[in-house]
Design a protein around this ligand. Sequence first.
Ligand code: NAD
Length: 388
Amino acid sequence: MTVMPMKVGVARETAAGERRVALVPEALGKLTAAGLEVLVEAGAGAGALIPDQAFADAGASIVSTADLYAASDVILRVQKPSADEVTRLRSGQTVIGLLTPLLDAGLMDTLATAGVTAVSLDAIPRTLSRAQTMDALSSQANTGGYKAVLIAANAYGRYFPLLTTAAGTAKPANVLILGIGVAGLQAIGTARRLGAVVSAYDVRPETAEQAQSLGAKFVRLKTAIDATGAGGYARELTAEERAAQQADLNEVIASQDVVITTAQVPGRKPPRLVTADAVHAMRPGSVIVDMAASALGGNCELSQAGETVVTENGVTIIAPENLPASMPLSASQFYARNISSLLLNMVKDGQLTFDFEEEVTRATVIAHGGAVVSEPVQKLLAPAGGPA
Ligand code: NAD
């Protein structure tokens, strides 16, 4: 019996402002070599300025939206499907993307009920070294950290480097990075390459050495806090720790020209690190880029997600919502590598095979066989007080 090659569809992203695409032409080779056939929804690469022809030249078939959803066994995407796209998915199909299952458990339930298998890249076990090529949270945070510094430099009315010219000397900018995770480390490196004097702070003490190795000064507050949580993440601070941190941080922030905030705590609102008082104590012309800003709030009390505000004392606060989408080519190239690695990890003899004994499959498959199979998502869906 001849087995039909599995069809992998690449969806066109429809979320507002999204310019990335789940696969780039260079990434097709590995999939076709594994016996997969690739379908690309017409216009899927447009936001990243990748023409359909480039996908076709790499061996893909360009198809209409209706054909993509009708013919694909697996659909690759960046963001979760829209309500309209959900209705197009059918039983037996698999969708892979950054589905944010912990923020939208209801969608996972809908997909499960429709018989769709949902696989989410943001559920990858990040400390597993073999999963690093699949770590889209890291690859996208990396592009975000880089772009945040460029945005800050662009909004700052002075030089970043020390510059001596016949017309005078420019002092280097003092840049503070708050949160030294993946985005923060890339921000440190980028600000250093632009010649700024960089300091950085995080509640996980192990980050001190990482920041210093990239040329930043690690800010030690008077009150030592170790908020190392599970899996390399931070835990939420206690009220006392927060108050002590705030008082110390306010002093440091007041002397900065640029502050870039990247601090997150999984499953919680981003911690408030830059208060309105701290902003008011900054010099006119200073710039804050709040990478943590979303509808949930941000690291800066005065930031408004998706907006740029200039305070009365002349501080510009920028709160971009989707920085990776503003670097669509690089972000898509990295993402394509991540999603292909995850997909190929689940392909045996050219067909999708879910081995729930395998750690990455167990963690990333959220819905399968008509049910939500991810325990953390099941817990979110369980009625309060009822069985999990
Ligand atoms: P994240 O986006 O969850 O948070 C960004 C940073 O904010 C973290 O460093 C966190 O400690 C910091 N933070 C939280 N609350 C804070 C506060 N009140 N004040 C100051 N800083 C605060 O983190 P991330 O960038 O996704 O990754 C965090 C860590 O995950 C990594 O640094 C690493 O340890 C781990 N990780 C490991 C691997 C691996 O082992 N392969 C891969 C990726 C990430």
